[in-house]
Design a binder for this molecule. Sequence first.
Ligand SMILES: [Zn+2]
Length: 467
Amino acid sequence: MKNQSLLALILVLILSSSSLAQQQEDAKMIRTIYDETLLRGEAYENLRYLCKNIGGRVAGSPQGAAAVEWARQLMESYGFDKVILQEVMVPHWVRGKKEVGRIVNSKKLGSEEVNITALGNSVGTGPGGVVAEIVEVQNFEELAALGREAVEGKIVFFNRPMDQTQIQTGAAYGMAGNQRRSGPSEAAKHGAIGAVVRSLSTDFDDYPHTGSTVYTFNVPKIPAIAISTNDADMLSDLLKDDPELQFYFETHCQMLDDALTYNVVGEITGSENPDEYIVVGGHIDSWDLAEGAHDDGAGVVHSIEVLRTLKAMDYQPKRSIRAVLFANEENGLAGAKKYAELAEENGEKHYAAIESDAGGFTPRGFSMDVSEAAFERIQSWAPLFEEYDLHKFSKGGSGADISALKPQGVELIGLRPDSQRYFDMHHSAQDVFEIVNQRELLLGAAAMTSLVYLIDQHGLYEDQRGR
Ligand SMILES: [Zn+2]
């Protein structure tokens, strides 16, 4: 008995000293990853190129094609083991001529121009525009209560703001988002001829924010626009004294035939388990009002930077590590669906996926849509990230593109940067390279690279012993 407990004690000591050594080794490796990224990272210069030389890149556009070719050449130049283009057919929506929005007959102001933008995927009004009385609602319940007689032949104005009390602005975006996504079709069900949606923005300014709307099958497609938050407030104020107020808008957007584009995939092939994949990804398409710098140029250059860093460190991963630049996240997720479909078809076992699609701001941690076992494992690494100010290891959503892999049982993780300024510029003309901070951007890449390293080294499950 005495001998047995002595043996047990020795075993515990051996195990804890080996795990201590392991922890020190991991800490050293993460330090090296951060050093490499902060001293020699190329994500910022890559983002500059993508934003300034290519710019906004709606799915199916010539800029979209240029971005694919740029990413392919960049990955080739880094010497990744494989660079693959996956064919994807995507919706091809074009904005056309600049939109016009106007309050027509205000008792107080007369005719007043307002700042608007067509919603992605929406049909245009054509040169004649639409003009009609405008009815304000906060939500779909209010719209249904008003009913057809109050709405038919009119324009519906959805004006529910993003909830400023939410600390995670993504949550506020989620709560307000159905107005843009489904509002136009909801309005059309009650006979409306147009829809105006308050911009999904946390800021009060004159920039309209676009984003996709999704028309319900078998409901008339009506033209739909977003209006800046300042102008939404003005319109709402005017409507209080002037319920007969009319609104005019003119949009020239249209949906063309589907177009061919590509997911761009770069890979460092695993040395022990090459058929198991760890994915880091972002989406290569963006809206057209600006350069898609934070959304999602940041995710594109983050993902490439992860592989660049590992390669620069001469790290030989056990599993295959892939940077995946998904096509068409903004208005259809065709690239995500194609990637998941091909993974299944080709029998690729995807082990984990990390997405960066929340901007290039200071990383705070990771949000995880994972199994309990993987969650505990990743949480156990949290102390390693303390000194890098990465504190949030919580359960939650991951990212729209990698979510397509969920039915294959893939552990899904989203990089979570500070969210306070993201929706000030998201999908608006303000999302340009100049508002991205170099250090903040690089820190995001280093955080992702570190997590990839840990997953690759130690696996996500207790029984795997790093397999
Ligand atoms: Zn995005």
